[in-house]
Design a protein around this ligand. Structure first.
Ligand code: PA5
Length: 473
């Protein structure tokens, strides 16, 4: 697929309303606080750059190391053959793909006429909710369906149980020989149960590169393979990410937007008590990015121990809101509730499409002001109004501004937020690349479900449950 012209002008970060001159010194950063933050930011930049140089952060090199060709080749065949693509994965093995799909394919994509879509419908099954899985099985004709099972570890119970169900359906309805055509795996190159299954069944497979964690894997085959199958320009994503990498090559917050985002939120949390970050895109298309970011920020920074062994219980809680919808749901709390939040708006300068409000009810002054205006103008006015109202209420906020939404700008945005998270990890002094809390949840599930090797954990859980006085009304 030829790369479209889509590395548009850069994404901007406007942090005017995080400063004390906009929201007061109690809630906003003074020039002096920002100055000392700049020194910390320079240290975080140096630490991340050194880790990258030592080969410890391969996700940062993906814009150059990922080769689009083999993915596009497989995707072109799959697009021709299948009406449905079902992604089986969870967490970092699902959220990136969903963010890409939501941002870059039309809303209601699955409902479009096949001739307009020119690619399979997409279903992302990222839970083991039996009703949802049963509904998917009712809906899909296995003959017309490709399953892409994605798990880096190759053992996650949610994903592997879904795979077992899909496999069973394919074998029962189409025969064992159909597995090769209807199943494609994305996993570690050598380890895990899924790799063993790939070898045993002779499945097509793609690799999650060594050292790239789930939540940093959207620009590997984890995100790019399903994205390419549903017609997304993956070269545009990679070149957008490369353009952002170039912009983030200095240790100064005045030129590196990811570093600025990291230090601003770090200071908001640690110096101003804003331990919640609300990400509020004013574009439904960016709602998936807000969900993806929530995992990235939470799982990377939410750590009990610092890298030097202190108990820190660090992290800023990410919350998703959608503008303008959540102005009528959550905004009241953000304006007048606890002053513990910093809001990050996302704003799009030029929408891909707009709809004009017709000139009707011109005799009604309460409506006439809307007539003839674009919905894009209304949405952006609402964003501006909310930003100003929050600032006037001394609630700090910043805006990520995208010139437009396309593969290039989304590649820039995702990459910027990934390295912002890496810098933030260095600022907090935590390891942003492990997830001991998630792993312990996985272990408890294995234990409760009776996986061999987890007998001790099961006995401990049962003992603790017995000792607990249950209080149920
Ligand atoms: O970011 C992470 O590492 C996690 O959220 C994982 O993506 C998630 O737990 C799923 O793991 P796996 O891809 O091994 O199935």
């Amino acid at each position: 697929m030829a790369a479209k012209k889509n590395v548009v002008g850069g994404i901007k970060l406007d942090y005017t309303n995080m400063m004390s001159d906009a929201v007061g010194a109690k809630d906003g950063l003074t020039a002096n606080q920002l100055k000392s933050g700049e020194k910390q930011a320079a240290g975080a930049f140096a630490s991340v750059s050194a880790q990258r140089k030592a080969g410890k952060l391969p996700f940062m090199d993906l814009p150059y190391t990922m080769s689009a060709g083999p993915i596009e080749k497989y995707a072109a065949g799959a697009r021709r053959k299948f009406e449905n693509l079902v992604v089986l994965g969870i967490g970092g093995s699902a959220l990136g793909m969903t963010a890409l799909q939501t941002a870059l394919n039309p809303a209601h994509y699955n409902l479009l006429d096949a001739s307009k879509r020119r690619a399979p419908r997409l279903f992302v099954e990222d839970n083991v909710d039996p009703e949802r899985i049963a509904a998917m099985l009712d809906l899909l004709d296995p003959k017309k369906t490709l399953f892409n099972v994605i798990t880096k570890s190759g053992g996650t119970a949610e994903t592997m149980s879904a795979l077992m169900i899909a496999r069973d359906m394919i074998v029962k309805k189409l025969g064992k020989s159909a597995l090769k055509e209807h199943l494609v795996a994305t996993t570690d190159i050598k380890q895990g149960n899924l790799r063993a299954i790939v070898d045993r069944e002779g499945l097509s497979s793609f690799v999650v590169p060594d050292g790239v964690g789930g939540r940093f894997s959207v620009l590997t085959a984890v995100g790019l393979l399903p994205a390419a199958i549903v017609g997304i320009d993956i070269r545009g994503l990679l070149s957008g990410a490369a353009a952002m990498d170039k912009r983030c090559s200095s240790g100064s917050i005045s030129s590196n937007p990811a570093l600025a985002g990291a230090v601003l939120h770090f200071l908001m949390d640690t110096a101003k008590g804003k331990n919640i970050q609300v990400m509020m895109p004013y574009a439904n298309a960016l709602g998936g990015v807000a969900d993806w970011f929530a995992q990235l920020w939470a799982e990377s920074l939410g750590k009990k121990h610092s890298t030097d062994g202190r108990t820190v219980c660090a992290g800023q809680t990410p919350v998703k809101a959608i503008g303008a919808t959540d102005q009528h749901s959550q905004l009241q709390l953000y304006m007048e509730g606890p002053a513990d939040k910093a809001v990050t708006f996302m704003r799009v300068e030029k929408f891909r499409r707009t709809v004009k409000i017709p000139k009707v009810y011109a005799d009604m002054p309460g409506l006439a002001y809307l007539a003839g205006r674009g919905m894009d103008e209304l949405l952006n006015a609402e964003q501006k109004a909310t930003e100003l109202a929050l600032a006037a209420a001394r609630r700090p906020n910043c805006s990520i501004i995208l010139p437009e939404i396309n593969a290039g700008s989304v590649g820039q945005l995702l990459y910027m937020l990934e390295i912002q998270t890496a810098y933030a990890g260095a600022l907090y002094g935590v390891n942003a690349f492990d997830q001991p809390g998630v792993e312990s949840g996985k272990v408890s599930t294995y234990a409760l479900m009776g996986r061999p090797g987890y007998e001790k954990q099961r006995a401990e859980i049962e003992k603790a449950a017995k000792a607990m006085k249950r209080r149920v009304v």
